[in-house]
Design a protein around this ligand. Structure first.
Ligand SMILES: Cc1cc2nc3c(=O)[nH]c(=O)nc-3n(C[C@H](O)[C@H](O)[C@H](O)COP(=O)(O)OP(=O)(O)OC[C@H]3O[C@@H](n4cnc5c(N)ncnc54)[C@H](O)[C@@H]3O)c2cc1C
Length: 454
């Protein structure tokens, strides 16, 4: 017999931003929902770093809005574009373009703040919050007692309950070492990063150094400091940057390492970087590590044979170079909630696997491919060698290229240089070879003349 929505129960393990987003959504859809978390609410907010920068664009914000949730668009500084610089071997300054976000904005909100607010709202509306570190053994009775059990414990946690998909998982190890730190001291006016674009501090800045890695600065909403800036760096294996990142052991040292890095390698942006200051009230405002991009099968079973579904980073972990992880998790959560709200039967294996396959097809497969493009994966080298110069020549293509961070789907079918050329022509109206023949290497990037106000 079909159960009524009001009597259905759901358990979510993990109170990161993906888990609490799904929990609130299911609660609003009439489920009785319990969230299990290995930390209490205060510790989730104040004792850990943010999981990542979590920059999101229009499609992911649309998923949050569809669940009736605040996207923070009225509180977070808005990104209106991405300004790219690429230096090749021997530091040759090659590519400079500025892509405007076309019809959407980027927002990077502290995952701790977002999860905290949603968790408060969840409990105010009658959701049950249980502080318990769930193990595979204790998950069994939880899954037995609930109609739907979602595991959103991040990349570690209970992820091993879900097998790795060997076809979709292409890397045996992380492709970069990461360092991130959030800082204050810089506004968002046109005078900030003015040498990069007319939009100045409203555009995030991304620099790619072929021999070292990648470095990004973008406006951020920090849980304590409010509007601020985040740095995120990627070091290639064996690079000098990798050694520098490894030395970080505090917010202060991470900040110093980033300033030295800009002095030594990315001097076109140095004055802005030197104007930034550490967020003294948050000792967890930095993070280092690495992410192996992994796609798991979305459905697992406990020892007693009860089904559980993977959500967020537990299901798919992305290197953050194309900003896909948080976006993917939120979209997956929204799709799952929308489907569960109208589903009248049991949440059996077929239902769970079909929803997961739909999510992979609708977002995740494309997001993984765009991540590989931005990681300069050799498999996409010839495509990248067309796309980045094309973006330099044509502003519409620059917008389309950075737009893949918002909607990666167009890249799903681009698997050859012919397909890449056809996409360039589709976006610009110009034949790709002709357009690319106009490309001229930058020679020397414009340097910042920013003067910090004392
Ligand atoms: C450096 C970096 C930068 C990033 N930048 C971006 C970006 O710009 N854009 C973007 O979209 N994505 C980005 N990401 C990815 C994004 O941050 C993550 O995808 C997202 O925050 C993951 O959220 P989650 O809720 O799935 O997992 P998590 O935030 O990891 O939450 C999991 C929760 O489960 C809890 N937990 C773990 N084990 C258990 C257990 N056994 N029992 C109970 N609870 C448990 C944990 O304590 C945690 O609270 C970035 C990631 C990194 C590392």
């Amino acid at each position: 017999m079909t159960k009524q929505n009001s009597s259905r129960t759901a358990a979510i393990v993990g109170a990161g931003q993906t888990g609490v987003t799904a929990a609130l959504g299911l609660l609003d859809a009439g489920f009785e929902v319990t969230v299990y978390s290995d930390r209490d609410q205060r510790a989730l907010r104040d004792d850990v770093p943010a999981t990542g920068t979590a920059l999101e664009f229009g499609e992911a914000q649309g998923a949050e809005s569809a669940l009736g949730l605040d996207t923070f668009v009225d509180r977070a500084p808005r990104h209106s574009g991405l300004s790219v610089r690429i230096a090749g071997p021997e530091s040759a300054e090659l590519i400079a373009f500025d892509g405007n976000f076309d019809g959407y904005v980027g927002l990077a909100v502290d995952t701790r703040l977002k999860a905290d607010e949603r968790l408060t709202r969840f409990q105010e509306r009658g959701g049950r919050f249980v502080v318990q570190s769930v193990t595979p053994e204790t998950l069994d009775p939880i899954a037995a007692a609930n109609d739907l059990t979602l595991v959103a414990t991040g990349r570690g946690g209970l992820a091993d309950l879900f097998e790795i998909d060997p076809v979709r998982t292409v890397y045996a190890e992380p492709q970069r070492r990461l360092l991130t730190v959030t800082v204050t001291g810089l506004g968002y006016g046109p005078e900030v990063f003015a040498h990069r674009s007319l939009d100045g501090g409203a555009h995030s800045g991304f620099s790619i150094l072929a021999e070292q890695g990648e470095a990004w600065w973008g406006p951020y909403l920090h849980k304590d400091a409010g509007p601020s800036w985040a740095f995120l760096g990627w070091a290639r294996p064996g690079s000098d940057w990798e050694k520098r990142f490894a030395a970080a052991d505090s917010a202060e040292s991470a900040h110093r390492i980033v300033q030295d890095l800009y002095r030594d390698f990315v001097d076109w942006d140095l004055p802005e970087v030197l104007a930034t200051q550490v967020i003294s009230e948050d000792p967890h405002s930095w993070l280092k590590g690495a992410v192996r991009p992994v796609v798991r099968t979305g459905v697992g079973a406990t020892a007693g044979g009860h089904l559980v579904a993977a959500l967020g980073d537990t299901a798919v972990a992305y290197d953050p170079i194309a900003g896909q992880g948080a976006q993917s998790g939120l979209i997956q959560a929204q799709r799952l909630v929308a489907a569960a709200a109208t589903h009248e039967g049991q949440f059996d294996r077929e239902w769970l696997e079909t929803r997961y396959a739909e999510f992979l097809g609708a977002r995740s497969d494309a997001a993984s491919r765009v991540t590989r493009l931005f990681l300069s994966d050799p498999e996409f080298g010839d495509i990248g060698n067309r796309f980045f110069p094309a973006a330099t020549v044509d502003p519409q293509f620059a917008s389309a290229l950075v737009g893949l961070l918002h909607r990666p789907q167009p890249f799903l079918d681009i698997a050859s240089t012919d397909a890449a050329d056809a996409y360039i022509q589709h976006v610009t109206g110009q034949e790709a070879a002709g357009l690319l023949s106009q490309f001229q290497p930058a020679g020397r990037f414009e340097r910042s003349r920013f003067e910090a106000v004392a």
